[in-house]
Ligand binder design. Sequence first.
Ligand code: FES
Ligand SMILES: [Fe+2]
Length: 348
Amino acid sequence: MFLKNTWYVAAWGHEIGRSLTPVTILGEKIVLYRTEAGEPAALEDACPHRKLPLSMGRLKGDDVECGYHGLTFDCTGTCTRVPGAERVPHVARVRSYPVAERYGLLWIWMGEAARADTDLIFQVEHWDDPSWGTTRGDSMDVACNYLYMTDNLLDPSHVAWVHQTSFASAACEETRLETTVADDGVTVWRWMPDHEPAPFYKPFLKFSGNCDRKQHYEVRYPSHAIIKAIIVPANTGGEGKPLHEDVFLMDSYNFMTPIDEKTTRYFWFQMRNFAPGDEAISKAFRRSVRGAFEEDKAVLEAVQIGMDNKVTRNLDLKIDKGPIRFRQRVAALIAAENAEAPTAVAAE
Ligand code: FES
Ligand SMILES: [Fe+2]
């Protein structure tokens, strides 16, 4: 089950051009393309005649022509041509999905079109700040339910065991986690005092010696995360304290789009409060982050298989408080959406 009345990332903007690109989102087959003016479009990927995927057809200007008998649809999903017929049957239409482009990503609204408000797209805090650098984004498919990924992104403790060569430091094993629940999501966080910086961060710090580090793991409903790393010289950090002038800040944006119940497309990019134009740093970040996320992927895909095939009960720990609260709220939001308009989307 998925939340529908929300924006998901459909693709990186550069992946979609003047060709028909099939994607699956929340189990729905969709074809993405751009109009001649470069505007993104998203249509149901099934011709109403014999359900051939429209992505197997061809683009004719801004319209899509089915590759079997030539039914043609404009980017609103309206059928504009039925070859050999005198009139277009009014049922000959496909669903079109609201799409918007922001942060280099194509966003798609999977619920009732009338509720698609672009102000609801996830806000990226420092996007327009010229003093911040951006690491070009990336993506991968992970063979697990998206909620195993939100579990992972509400779990700062896992870095101690999963990311030993990058984000881990000794302090990651024992420092207690705090959980904050808000209207739009859950944050699990902690300050880890006076320890040697983790290998990933060390080369980029403006200071030497030990550090205080905050892990801020925030996931907003249903599946968008901002993970903040805040690193300051030892004994200068702590909740509510002003940040030291040499602070290292890295905001990691993570957008999970369910393909189906057991596959998730994972999109991400990072922003940092230093070296905005430094391509070498961006490349190093991109490589290291991808490497770390490959480590998560290996674990999460094995967790999906393990949980699917369990023969004894699994247990929950204190560290699972944030992820469990998150899952409960997502389930309640989905239940409320289904109760409110069980047929609204299907009837469109
Ligand atoms: S299947 Fe598309 S026109 Fe026949
Ligand atoms: Fe991880």
